[in-house]
Design a protein around this ligand. Structure first.
Ligand code: UT7
Length: 352
């Protein structure tokens, strides 16, 4: 059987208009701009408007990605939505997104927290590599602000809302995902939880009184985990793809904390110039952080044809997920909407 690669042939992002700065947060909880900047590198984050939902943000990012890929929603074979802050438990927000887009394909969610987008990319890659599907829309989206306790300074200063989307199609040339590393330390799950509302602890007045309807994070433990796992998982995808650290052109880590990224990168002597960071603008957008960063890296001209790009994520579970990608399009085609018109989407050429 012909070897099929899974290239990213469309991309888009959506962030809500409303900006919440560290100075705004100073008026809400006992914190300071200096503390948040120094401990996390975050200056501001976006907060969804009252009329927005996880699905509306996902659809806004998806429409851009479809535009770039020059595809209609009805062309899609599969939609994967990675999120841990869905509109409802039931139905899955992937089906809501499918209906809002006017797509007719199957759809499902992945809910591994901050690693959801990369788990989704690896999943999409399997469907493409086996020839089962040719046009997959993958969205990482979070409307996490509705699950935060705005009186808890440990969490509310760190997170933000947003969405990023990619379209994944087959390629005969080596493109897209060529190695991955997925993992889960479920015994550490209690360090990052939203305890209330599930089958183990159904929603009740008691749950609300205890604040278990909000996200809880043991920041120090997650910090330690993330600092360990980031370099380890990066090494794993490099080894599998037979690449050296020097051959990586761009590292896009999960945008949780600039200090975690800085420490991890220093520990392996990786060139900090090759690390893409935008968390100062958006905070931690969980499953949306890597796709939003990827889209901005493309738009800022940081991604060139044949570049080797490492995506490394870590978070709730506790899980990790990393992917080594080879970029498949030239940088002059990479600015904004409609770019894919000039870009080879190879799905048509594939014989399965
Ligand atoms: O996306 C999922 C992955 N998530 C992450 O990767 C997050 C990982 N963790 C972190 O990013 C960091 O642990 C935090 C940014 C959450 C906290 O930074 P830290 O350097 O680990 O601070 P800390 O928890 O050790 O707290 C230091 C001090 C404490 O005061 P005491 O006990 O030393 O008196 C906290 O109470 O800072 C205090 N503090 C704050 N002060 C001002 C905690 N939150 C705040 C705040 N403003 N917002």
């Amino acid at each position: 059987m012909t070897q099929l690669y899974s290239q990213i042939s469309g991309w888009g992002k959506y962030v809500p208009e409303k900006i919440l700065t560290n100075y705004d947060l100073e008026k809400m909880v006992d914190t300071s701009h200096e503390w948040i900047m120094q401990r996390s590198g975050i200056a501001e984050r976006r907060i969804a408007g009252e009329d927005e939902t996880t699905a509306t943000m996902a659809v806004a990012a998806a429409r851009q990605a479809l535009d770039v890929a020059n595809l209609a929603p009805t062309d899609l074979d599969l939609i994967i939505v990675s999120t841990s802050s869905p509109d409802y438990f039931v139905p899955a927000v992937s089906s809501t997104v499918q209906a809002m887009l006017g797509a007719t394909c199957p759809a499902f969610i992945i809910a591994t927290g901050c690693t959801g987008f990369v788990y989704g990319l690896v999943t999409a890659h399997q469907f493409i590599a086996t020839g089962a599907f040719k046009r997959i829309l993958l969205i990482g989206v979070e409307l996490i602000s509705r699950f935060l306790n705005w009186e808890d300074r440990d969490t509310c200063v760190l997170f933000g809302d947003g969405a990023g989307a990619v379209v994944i199609t087959p390629s005969l040339a080596p493109r897209g995902v060529f190695s991955f590393d997925l993992g889960s330390n479920g015994d550490q799950g209690h360090h990052l939880t939203l305890k209330g509302g599930g089958s183990a602890n159904p929603m009740s007045y008691d749950v609300i009184d205890k604040g278990e309807n909000y996200l809880y994070m043991n920041g120090r433990e997650v910090f330690k985990f993330a600092s360990r796992v980031l370099p380890r998982s990066l090494r794993a995808i490099l080894e599998q793809s037979d690449l050296s650290l020097q051959e990586v052109d761009l590292l896009i880590p999960h945008q949780a904390n600039a200090r975690i990224i800085d420490m991890a990168v220093r520990s392996i002597n990786f060139d900090p110039q090759k690390v893409f960071l935008n968390l100062h603008k958006y905070g931690n957008t969980s499953a949306a952080s890597i796709p939003i960063a990827l889209v901005e890296a493309i738009q800022e001209g940081r991604v060139k044809a044949d570049d080797k790009i490492a995506l490394v994520s870590f978070g709730a579970g506790l899980t990790w997920a990393s992917v080594m990608l080879q970029w498949g399009v030239s940088s002059q085609n990479l600015n904004g909407h409609g770019a894919a018109a000039a870009m080879p989407v190879q799905a048509e050429k594939v014989v399965i």
